[in-house]
Design a protein around this ligand. Structure first.
Ligand code: B12
Length: 235
């Protein structure tokens, strides 16, 4: 199937970003189960962007509106992954849509695979100091989903990291969990970039806030200068 046509279909189906990763680029990555990639050669990375007006009011904790927006974005991503899987099947391919946000191992805080790792390999953005996928157009203000396939789609090339000396997320993190370390491609482990225990403790605390009830924060997403609209000057 023609890769450009496939991408156009994804954009028309509701994706804001789409990229193709060659699974060879992800050799050695942790998956659940370990043989998740068996029979597949490509991963389609899809993103939907979040609304600026929902994110911008976040200062040091998630808002009830962000909580609802997060749930709606996850549902939209799961529906998008289903739609893309149907399109792949129509083209004679095999497709495995993975959930946008399902924690499989609550002790290790892991899922089937890392959507960020797939998105990095698919040239959708780079891994920022916050550990998040930062896209040139929307910054980290995107949520991600992945569909594995055996269709011979043309893979995209990874992007360069553009965090440079920026420390906006490091300074803004309410618990000082971000270590301000850069990476060329991806961190070897979460600990290299953030104090994971501190981050998780804060999210667990946020879970008890009124109308939240999930492991949310949103501060490092909101403060990143990438994707942040400049305020209009009032004269
Ligand atoms: C469990 C989980 C959490 C846990 C653990 C987070 C973590 N950093 O792993 C907790 C509850 C703490 C959490 C917090 C948050 N999360 Co969360 N979370 C997930 C979930 C469901 C699974 C992640 C997982 O399995 N991690 C396992 C580790 C090992 O993988 P990883 O850090 O992603 O990637 C590592 C390796 O893969 C490696 N790597 C990368 N590329 C390659 C390539 C090769 C070849 C190799 C060998 C390795 C490698 O580099 C990374 C090292 O750190 C994902 C959805 C998903 N399935 O991806 C969302 C997800 C990562 N979360 C997301 C978000 C937005 C958040 C929060 C902002 C919460 C919020 N919404 O307000 C915070 C941000 C915290 C932070 N700065 O990291 C988004 C990120 C979107 C983006 N733009 O990047 C995701 C992708 C959900 C989604 N569908 O969009 N989350």
């Amino acid at each position: 199937m023609n890769t450009e046509k496939f991408k156009t279909f994804a954009l028309e189906a509701g994706a804001d970003l789409v990229g193709i990763a060659d699974l060879d680029q992800l050799a050695g990555i942790e998956t659940e189960p370990a043989n998740l990639f068996e029979g597949f050669t490509r991963a389609v990375s899809l993103a939907v962007r979040l609304a600026d007006a929902v994110l911008d009011p976040i200062v040091d904790r998630p808002t009830p509106l962000y909580n609802r927006h997060y749930q709606v974005a996850n549902a939209a991503l799961d529906a998008l992954a289903l739609r893309m899987s149907q399109r792949i099947a129509d083209a004679g391919g095999r497709a495995l849509p993975l959930p946008a946000s399902q924690i499989l191992d609550a002790a290790r805080m892991t899922s089937y695979l890392s959507h960020k790792a797939v998105a990095i390999a698919a040239g959708m953005g780079w891994q920022g100091k916050s550990l998040l996928l930062v896209s040139p157009r929307y910054g980290p203000r995107v949520r991600l989903v992945t569909v594995l396939t055996d269709l011979p789609l043309s893979p995209d090339a990874p992007l360069k990291n553009h965090c440079g000396s920026c420390d906006a997320c490091t300074k803004a993190c309410p618990v000082g969990a971000i270590r301000n370390v850069n990476t060329d491609r991806h961190y070897a482990s979460r600990e290299e970039a953030i104090d994971f225990g501190r981050c998780l403790a804060r999210l667990t605390q946020n879970e008890t806030l009124p109308h939240i009830g999930g492991l949310l924060c949103g501060v490092c997403v909101t403060v990143c200068p990438w994707g942040k609209k400049k305020k209009k000057k009032t004269s």
